[in-house]
Design a protein around this ligand. Structure first.
Ligand code: PRP
Ligand code: URA
Length: 209
């Protein structure tokens, strides 16, 4: 079973409190999504392998540790996942970015794919799928399924707010995938929105409502 990591760091929780507030402007919302993604990335990459190398400081030779060259890819689920990419790339600038376009059909609530573009060596990369919201889990399950079809073997899912229903669904569909989230909320409402959540993440990032 994939592990659920809930980040309770005070900085993340503080930023999340502003993010949830319906009075928060589009500009501030967008900035906060990027900042939270950056802080979450810091935690979610804690297990990256290191290798020892030597560098010459102005004083002496030093044995130091560097990332062992593991290739990473960040894969945002469009649209809202885009808001997390810049924050992630600030922490891991060498990562490549793949895009998956999915939207929830408003009637069936099933994810529909409309775009997919991956780096050519995606199967060799460790993948972090990013989306601010994990509601029913339909979008994340479909996106992770696509990544597996591309041959990816090490996949993590990072969502800012998750519903218990979505966590359970992802863990059942993809037991090999760890989930990283800043908050595990109460439940989904009758429209499959997360309660209390923050509303429609895509609309709040891009100002479309
Ligand atoms: C939102 C969100 C997730 C999805 C979560 O996207 O960003 O991708 O819903 O819901 P689920 O867990 O039930 O699949 P939406 O479909 O509203 O598209 P958007 O990002 O283009 O606004
Ligand atoms: N998508 C969102 O943007 N918000 C929710 O609460 C659920 C799905």
């Amino acid at each position: 079973m994939g592990k659920l990591h809930v980040f309770d760091h005070p900085l993340i929780q503080h930023k999340l409190s502003i993010l949830r507030d319906e009075e928060t402007s589009v500009k501030e919302f967008r900035e906060l999504v990027g900042e939270i993604a950056m802080l979450m990335c810091f935690e979610a990459t804690r297990d990256l392998p290191l290798e020892e190398v030597e560098v010459k400081t102005p004083v002496a030779m030093a044995k130091v540790k560097r990332l062992a060259g593991k290739k990473l890819a960040v894969v945002p689920i469009l649209r809202a996942g885009l808001g997390m990419v810049d924050g992630m790339l600030k922490m891991i600038p060498a990562a490549k970015v793949g895009h998956i376009g999915l939207y929830r059909d408003p009637t069936t609530l099933e994810p529909v794919e409309y775009y997919c573009k991956m780096p050519p060596d995606i199967s060799e990369r460790d993948v972090i799928v990013v989306d601010p919201m994990l509601a029913t889990g339909g979008s994340a399950i479909a996106a992770i399924g696509f990544m597996k079809k591309y041959g990816c073997k090490h996949i993590k899912l990072m969502c800012i707010i998750s519903a218990p229903e979505g966590v359970k669904a992802v863990q059942e569909a993809h037991p090999d995938v760890d989930i990283y989230t800043a908050a595990l909320d109460s439940h989904l409402n009758e429209h499959c929105y997360i309660v209390p959540g923050l509303g429609d993440a895509g609309d709040r990032i891009f100002g479309t409502k």
